[in-house]
Design a protein around this ligand. Structure first.
Ligand SMILES: Cc1cc2nc3c(=O)[nH]c(=O)nc-3n(C[C@H](O)[C@H](O)[C@H](O)COP(=O)(O)OP(=O)(O)OC[C@H]3O[C@@H](n4cnc5c(N)ncnc54)[C@H](O)[C@@H]3O)c2cc1C
Length: 504
């Protein structure tokens, strides 16, 4: 099995930790990085791969939440813009400004000048860190975006926000790597099965879903970063929270590239919500839907995919309308939205529910849970979780420098890539330092390959067998068989991929 993973298991089980972080999505990864940089003895565990749940299915945007301007949540917009700006500065390669070319249909609920004023105010609230917005006439849209159906439009606007071009899951792994580099431990495919607080320590029983068997870890404090499964994890921990999650499913489809890679096409869908066509490698990701669900593992339905295809075809002037056969992959995630348990929200406006996060502290149990949130706000989550852990009595020092930020892209020797952009040297580094346990981890989360190549193209890729040998050694054949044994649906790139239920 993976040597780095085994090393982390041995260390985490050896003696009591300061903190066990359960859940390796963005919120858990950022918490582990923030704590490790402050000198805590911290381990991060995830029952699947890191970022294998909601954090691999976002829209890949770091954005100030322009849509919350309509519900007058200016405080939330200011905070999110500040978070976006902080990410832009710290991650110049991984969080890049991109233009949103937004069409406004005739008869839209607001005149286009009002939408433009909203975008102008959004830019000002965002401290003018991006290029200013622009009002677009119908003629300008026809000229600059001929693939958009301009006959149904009153005009449009253009404004800026940020894109994660390497993808959300890769971004999350950066925080896992940071935690490891600063002495933390991280173990994927490791599920917290039960925990009990005794004599000032959490005694945790974990299931090793990669190596088999069970592990025991003791920790002074616990961080519940289980995302949509946070309520279920609190129940396991015996913690009663005044908060709970409501779940909203969002689906994106990945199709051949529509328009240039330098901008997002934004529309208002038939139900009035913002709807994006977002560049992803040499493809375009279209979404998203927003459907209330009760199941954290809810998958995409034909209705979801039909909704996205129908809206895209209604808004675009394509020679050949998009069809199901154009769908290379589907990304489906469940967004955890925080509400107070005592608040009746059943009749509330679903789309207007706040996207804020809450760090719910339980000092008597030395536990905290992260409710709600967005990728964009991750640095605040890291700082706030470190504050909570300090308040439980763990001595944390100030980090010696910024605890986050882009690592310089190392010098790559001149070498042709073997698969995607991965050279043999890069793959060897990945095998050593990125805890790739299954082929899926490499294809779907450390790279974009499973999202931009369809199943058949991957199956017949000449570089894949050698890449698998570099990553898995003698397990390569087994990993290839396991991966391609999955149903070859047109959207096979979608999780919860394993029918064995290993995902959230
Ligand atoms: C469709 C969609 C689009 C979005 N777009 C954006 C966007 O563009 N920008 C933005 O800022 N935000 C966006 N968001 C929001 C953002 O993706 C989420 O807020 C964020 O990913 C949640 O991260 P998390 O770490 O809380 O949860 P998750 O990523 O779900 O991580 C929780 C982890 O906990 C693990 N876990 C659960 N129980 C256990 C256990 N018992 N033992 C071990 N591990 C366990 C799970 O396996 C999982 O990996 C979007 C969300 C959706 C659904």
């Amino acid at each position: 099995m993976n040597a780095l993973r085994q090393h982390c298991i041995d260390r985490a089980c050896a003696e009591p930790l300061d903190v066990l972080v359960v859940g390796g999505g963005i919120n858990g990864a950022v918490s582990a990085a923030a704590l490790a940089a402050r000198g805590a003895k911290v381990a991060l565990v995830d029952q699947g791969d890191f970022a294998s749940c909601t954090s691999q299915s976002s829209s890949n945007l770091a954005w100030g939440g322009i849509k919350y301007m309509e519900t007058f949540e200016f405080g939330l917009v200011r905070e999110l813009c500040r978070s976006r700006n902080r990410l832009m500065e710290a991650y110049p390669r991984q969080v890049q400004e991109i233009r949103f070319f937004t069409s406004i249909a005739k008869g839209f609920r607001k005149p286009r000048w009002m939408v433009f004023l909203g975008a102008l105010l959004y830019w000002l609230i965002g401290a003018c860190r991006t290029r200013p917005p622009r009002l677009l006439s119908r003629a300008a849209i026809r000229r600059e975006a001929p693939m958009v159906r301009s006959d149904v439009l009153a005009g449009g606007i253009e404004y800026s926000d940020c894109l994660l071009p390497e993808n959300d899951a890769r971004f999350v792994f950066g925080f896992v790597r940071r935690a490891l580099d600063r002495g933390g431990m991280a173990i994927n495919y490791c599920e917290l099965a039960a925990a009990e607080r005794r004599d000032g320590l959490w005694h945790c029983a974990l299931r090793d879903r990669a190596g088999g068997g069970s592990l025991s870890i003791r920790a002074r404090c616990i961080v519940n970063a289980a995302g949509p499964l946070a309520d279920a994890l609190n129940a396991k921990l015996g913690i009663a929270s005044p908060y709970r999650h409501l779940l909203s499913k969002g689906v994106h489809i990945v199709v051949p590239r529509i328009g240039p890679a330098s901008r997002v096409l934004a529309f208002f869908a038939s139900d009035g919500r913002l709807f994006f066509m977002i560049p992803m490698g040499n493809r375009t990701s279209i979404g998203t839907t927003d459907t209330r669900v009760d199941d954290a593992a809810a998958g995409p339905t034909e209705e979801d995919i039909g909704f996205l295809l129908d809206n895209a075809n209604a808004l675009l002037a394509l020679d050949n309308p998009l069809a199901l056969t154009d769908v290379v992959a589907v990304r489906c995630g469940v967004r955890p939205l925080v509400v107070r348990r005592d608040r009746a929200v059943e009749d509330a406006d679903w789309m207007a529910l706040s996207r804020r996060h809450v760090i719910d502290r339980h000092p008597a149990e030395a536990a905290c849970a992260i409710y709600g949130g967005k990728l964009t706000d991750c640095l605040n989550v890291g700082d706030e979780v470190a504050g909570a852990i300090r308040s439980f009595g763990v001595a944390l020092r100030e980090p010696d420098g910024p605890w986050y930020g882009e690592e310089p892209a190392g010098e790559e020797p001149e070498e042709p890539p073997l698969i995607g952009a991965c050279t043999r040297t890069r793959l060897r580094r990945m095998a050593e330092g990125e805890m790739v346990v299954h082929l899926e981890d490499f294809l779907r989360r450390r790279t974009l390959l499973a999202l931009v190549l369809d199943h058949d193209a991957l199956r017949t890729h000449p570089g894949l067998p050698e890449a698998a040998r570099i990553l898995f050694g003698e397990r390569a054949e087994e990993e290839l068989r396991r991966y391609f044994a999955r149903d070859a649906e047109p959207w096979a790139g979608h999780p919860p991929l394993d029918k064995d239920g290993s995902m959230c």
